[in-house]
Design a protein around this ligand. Structure first.
Ligand SMILES: *Cc1c(COP(=O)(O)O)cnc(C)c1O
Length: 465
């Protein structure tokens, strides 16, 4: 190669990035690239492609955090190289994780918050797997001690998030999911009890059902299981899927007894990256007492001369999310979380009352902080045809960048289509007002142009988690 390749030098110095040799040709898409590319060029290509993703702040489908304080972004960047599994190398990250576990045990009223066990996970899904496996192991140990077979475990839940379908399928557990009925969209003690028997490893109520946003009645279910135990001897534990509610109810509905105040609640999972306000990639599972976590699920690792539990499905995992979770706990405290979430509930209530006034809709859930999460949902008034479907409306709003999913409910309410808005940290009253204006514009549009063939769920896309 020539010492002074003028052409190359000129390209380096002068070429506009989009006129460069890299960006004026097609980049490899599926074949592993042969050659190197300049960092600036590769960055521009990836960056530009990602701009076609949805704008996360307008994604009103997700429960996950889409806004963080600058300090959180800074901590995330400072922690880029910290591997949470390396407890010896990063002992303070391990220490911070352990403190979060105790703080959560305290928040959820563990009788022994200083001695409870628990851990961070990638999200509620991994936490649910761990909580579920512990239930299965405890049930197996008890059955074995009684000389009874362990080949037919079952799990009783209401209408659950997909992670419980995965848990049941991956670990060969019969899933007894209570179907919805038009007048009962969540678990009731009666329906749960009907499905319990000696092979039930546990009952999982959800604090913030994905489809309807409501809290399932954990205390009533626990009371019913207490009665079952006194009449039949069956002692069936509860694991609460508090993916959303675990970071809402303690601040906004502290009188609601759903947590370790109920002795039957043996474990709880929650998503730090949802209403815990941490960046994406952290969940938590906490056991009531150390004895509720079977020993054979625990791997012991040495760190700083001590012995530390390792309970996780993953090995390497980023540590930043846990550091940021700890930051949030210190930064906000109970009072700060209450303020952040109360503002969201108020905005959800505002949106619900405005949407009810529009005419075609019946609001099903209006963001009541004692009944569920800061969200709202609505349907088209029963027996009416406004000239569009909720899928059409979702599609129309999508053209302005809003993701407001419409979806049909699970069995046995598949015919009921609803639309839902999650109000998270960062969905301000102003932003809600702009969404409302766009919904009004969409209704005007449909008045002028009624749809002759309504869109289907598949055509309207929109993932509702
Ligand atoms: C979101 C959610 C999950 C899954 O949580 P991830 O943190 O996304 O893994 C499980 N259960 C419920 C009720 C949820 O809302």
């Amino acid at each position: 190669m020539a010492l002074h390749d003028k052409g190359a030098v000129r390209e380096n110095l002068e070429d506009d990035i989009y006129a460069s040799a890299d960006l004026s040709v097609r980049m490899p898409k599926y074949r592993f690239p042969q050659d190197e590319h300049k960092a600036r060029h590769a960055y521009a290509i990836v960056h530009d492609e990602l701009t076609l993703d949805g704008n996360s702040r307008q994604n009103l489908a997700t429960f996950c955090q889409t806004w963080v304080e600058p300090e959180v972004a800074q901590l995330m960047s400072e922690c880029l190289d910290k591997n949470i599994v390396d407890k010896d190398e990063y002992p303070q990250t391990a220490e911070v994780e352990a403190r979060c576990v105790h703080m959560l045990a305290d928040l959820w009223n563990s009788p022994a918050e200083a001695n409870t066990v628990g851990c961070s996970t990638t999200g509620s899904s991994e936490a649910a797997m761990l909580g579920g496996m512990a239930m299965k192991r405890r049930w197996e140990a008890k059955r074995k001690a009684e000389g009874k077979p362990i080949d037919k475990p079952n799990l009783v839940t209401g209408p659950v998030q997909v992670c419980w379908h995965k848990f049941a399928r991956y670990w060969d557990i019969e899933h007894r999911e209570i179907p919805m009925s038009p007048d009962r969209l969540i678990m009731t003690p009666e329906e749960a009890l009907k499905r319990c028997d000696e092979n039930t490893i546990g009952v999982v109520p959800t604090l913030g059902v994905t489809f309807t946003c409501q809290y399932e009645p954990v205390k009533a279910v626990a009371d019913a299981l207490d009665k079952l135990q006194s009449s039949s001897g069956l002692d069936i534990p509860i694991h609460v899927d508090a993916a959303s509610g675990g970071f809402l109810a303690p601040f906004c509905a502290p009188e609601l007894a759903w947590d370790f105040r109920l002795p039957r609640v043996k474990s709880i999972n929650a998503s730090g990256h949802k209403f815990g306000l941490a960046p994406l990639g952290v969940g938590w599972v906490i056991w009531r007492e150390a004895s509720d976590l079977p020993d054979d699920l625990v791997f012991w690792v040495n760190y700083l001369g001590g012995n530390m539990r390792d309970i996780a499905l993953n090995f390497s995992r980023p540590g930043g999310q846990v550091a940021c979770q700890y930051y949030n706990f210190l930064r906000l405290g109970r009072e700060g979380y209450r303020k952040v979430h109360s503002a969201c509930y108020q905005t959800a209530q505002f949106l619900a009352s405005e949407i009810a006034k529009l005419g075609p809709f019946e609001v099903l859930y209006a963001g009541d902080m004692h009944q569920g999460i800061p969200a709202l949902s609505w349907r088209i008034k029963e027996g009416t045809d406004p000239g569009f479907s909720l899928y059409d409306l979702a599609d129309r709003l999508r053209s302005r960048g809003w993701q407001v999913p419409a979806y049909s409910l699970p069995a046995d309410c598949q015919d009921l289509v609803i639309q839902r808005v999650l109000v998270r940290h960062g969905v301000s009253r102003d932003l809600a007002g702009m969404l409302l204006a766009d919904i009004k514009r969409a209704l005007e549009h449909f008045e002028q142009h009624p749809t002759h063939a309504a869109m289907t769920a598949a055509e309207a896309s929109g993932f509702h988690h």
